[in-house]
Design a protein around this ligand. Structure first.
Ligand code: G3P
Ligand code: CA
Length: 333
């Protein structure tokens, strides 16, 4: 499917230019400190010095892109406590998985905006629950507005790194995310290299579609449960439509030791942005061969030493601090 015809071929990648410092991507905003995917979480991430804020994108019944990790929203909003929406609870199959709850595609933007965000991980992040009930679900347009406004205020570019979530599911419902995403980027002249936008997805079909219709930089996400895309032939294929890969962190440091993935990706001029670094100990990479204690800073350093080009993190201040300490190994410099 072509969204807009006549787009010239994608330019080749940019790793042939001098390597820059690894980028810090605030995963769902500064989600270690505020309920995820709220303007408060994104704003705090910017204040903490992140390079990019990361909205996951889903679609409402009336076709608006909003920032949520899943289309089912009972874990991150107060929808279950809204009697007026009780009848919308349903069970459906999403990406081959049966899910019960409330879904963005069944709510209009106005209905979604009547809800308030809550902390997803209250046991791990009890301090964040004090913000439960304060913040709305933002639209993608609002996230872009925030990045532009805060960037202007700080005299620094703030990047936005959106992810298309459940793209096949939404497309089957007539709510394809890709044309909506490109329309929003085009409206702001952000659909091309050189602008502070990178689009990511686990779904190669979604990325291929975006590659055909725009020059926006693209990153192919790959989870450890299904690393088939990272075979030699798979990486070569990714390089034909994307600018980088976003591997789950255990693919880069399995058992705490470096794999060959970063080197193989770089051989294809593919950037490597690894996910997800979190400060809480239970999320930390096991087996890191550290001389000192296992700390959030030491984990970030281990990935920088492994040569990654960026990290997705719930605690962007930690990564900004480690990067600023200038302790990069030659491989990551
Ligand atoms: O987008 C990078 C990383 O966020 C992928 O995992 O599930 O947190 O969106 P997820
Ligand atoms: Ca994501």
């Amino acid at each position: 499917m072509h969204l807009i015809s006549g787009t010239p071929p994608r330019p080749r990648h940019r790793l042939t230019q001098p390597r820059r410092d690894p980028v810090v991507i605030a995963h769902r905003g500064a989600s270690g400190y505020r309920p995820e995917h709220t303007l408060a979480a994104y704003r705090l991430a910017i204040r903490l010095g992140t390079d990019y804020i990361e909205p996951d994108l889903v679609v409402t019944a009336d076709g608006v892109l909003v920032a949520r990790h899943e289309n089912e929203i009972s874990q991150t909003t107060d929808v279950a406590r809204r009697p007026e929406l009780a009848a919308r609870r349903t069970t459906k199959v999403v990406d081959d998985r049966e899910v019960t709850g409330w879904f963005t595609e069944d709510l209009t933007l106005a209905e979604l905006r009547s809800l308030r965000a809550v902390e997803r991980l209250p046991a791990d992040r009890p301090g964040n629950t004090r913000y439960d009930g304060f913040f709305q679900v933002p639209t993608f347009a609002e996230v872009l507005d925030l990045a532009e406004r805060e960037g202007r205020r700080r005299g620094a570019v703030v990047g936005v790194y959106p992810e298309t979530k459940h793209p096949a599911h939404f497309t089957a419902l007539g709510l394809a995310p890709e044309p909506r995403l490109l329309a929003e980027l085009r409206r702001r002249h952000l659909d091309r290299p050189g602008t502070p936008v990178v689009v990511q997805s686990f779904d190669p079909t979604s990325l291929r579609l975006l590659a055909e219709e725009s020059h926006v930089p693209l990153v192919q996400l790959v989870g450890a449960a299904d690393p088939r895309l990272l075979s030699p032939a798979g990486l070569a294929d990714i390089a034909s439509y994307a600018d980088g890969i976003g591997p789950e962190k255990s693919l880069v440091l399995p058992g705490g030791q470096p794999s060959d993935l970063v080197g193989r990706a770089h051989a294809h001029d593919l950037l490597v942005h690894v996910w997800t670094l979190r400060a809480e100990e239970r999320f930390r990479t096991p087996g890191l061969g550290l001389e000192g204690p296992s700390t959030p800073e030491a984990e970030v350093q281990a990935y920088l030493d492994a040569g990654v080009d960026g990290v997705f993190t719930d605690h962007p201040d930690v990564a900004v601090r480690v990067r600023g300490a200038g302790l990069l190994s030659p491989a990551g410099a």
